[in-house]
Design a binder for this molecule. Sequence first.
Ligand code: F6R
Length: 263
Amino acid sequence: MQVVILNDSDAVAEYGAQLFIKQLSKKPKAVLGLATGSTPIALYQKLIEANKSGDVSFKECSSFNLDEYLGLSGDHPQSYRYFMQQQLFNHIDINPLQTFVPAGDTDNPIDACHHYEDMIREKGGIDLQLLGIGSNGHIGFNEPSSGLMSRTRIKTLAPATIRDNARFFSSDEEQPHLSITMGIGTILDSHQSILLATGAAKAGAIAATVEGPLTAACPASALQMHPNAVVVIDEDAASQLQNTEFYKHVERENLRLKARLGL
Ligand code: F6R
């Protein structure tokens, strides 16, 4: 697991955006794994700017989102489909028919989960998966105790997640307690994954992810088994790590090596 500690949230977003831009220039037909929440918004802003200035094109790629609230249709303002349209898809040249978000309003959510996995497989798997992290260590809606090899399925949201996300719902809106989420096994199958976290509220979850034991109690710790995972965090999110100086040293060495190899 590569751990990149940067000065602030803007640098975190820039690092993530550059990874997506590189991925798309290497493979225009890339399959992108996308996330919602507050954390990726700044990264999406940077991708929109890069697309407008012609530095990146999404025309040939496809995307799969991590999760969706069960019971919300895509035109519901709190649905993750709606979020993606507002925060990214409506502003870039991606083919709308190639953007996939789990169907929150399906009559048959169990079949929809299997179908989602089939579609990802048919596309050849996810090239680059973007992740945020919950304060309880969840990735997607894989809450603590999620199976570390789980696939896309229905999950009940943890009380901590319901509390964290209550800020997006008005008092008269019913907040869903169920979701469809890619599984941890689905995420681990991605060719590369990038987890972003900023702010002190994520520091405990990041310490457990990077330096804690591999455990379903912190679902993001499963990334320790990912063959190509990078955790990109600001100083606040890094504040409970024990080995900060070592990660910074490794990153300096990585940059030197890349320069030497012309990468
Ligand atoms: C949403 C998702 C979640 C969020 C996590 C952090 O698609 O995958 O795991 O990434 O809840 O959310 P924020 O960024 O709002 O703190």
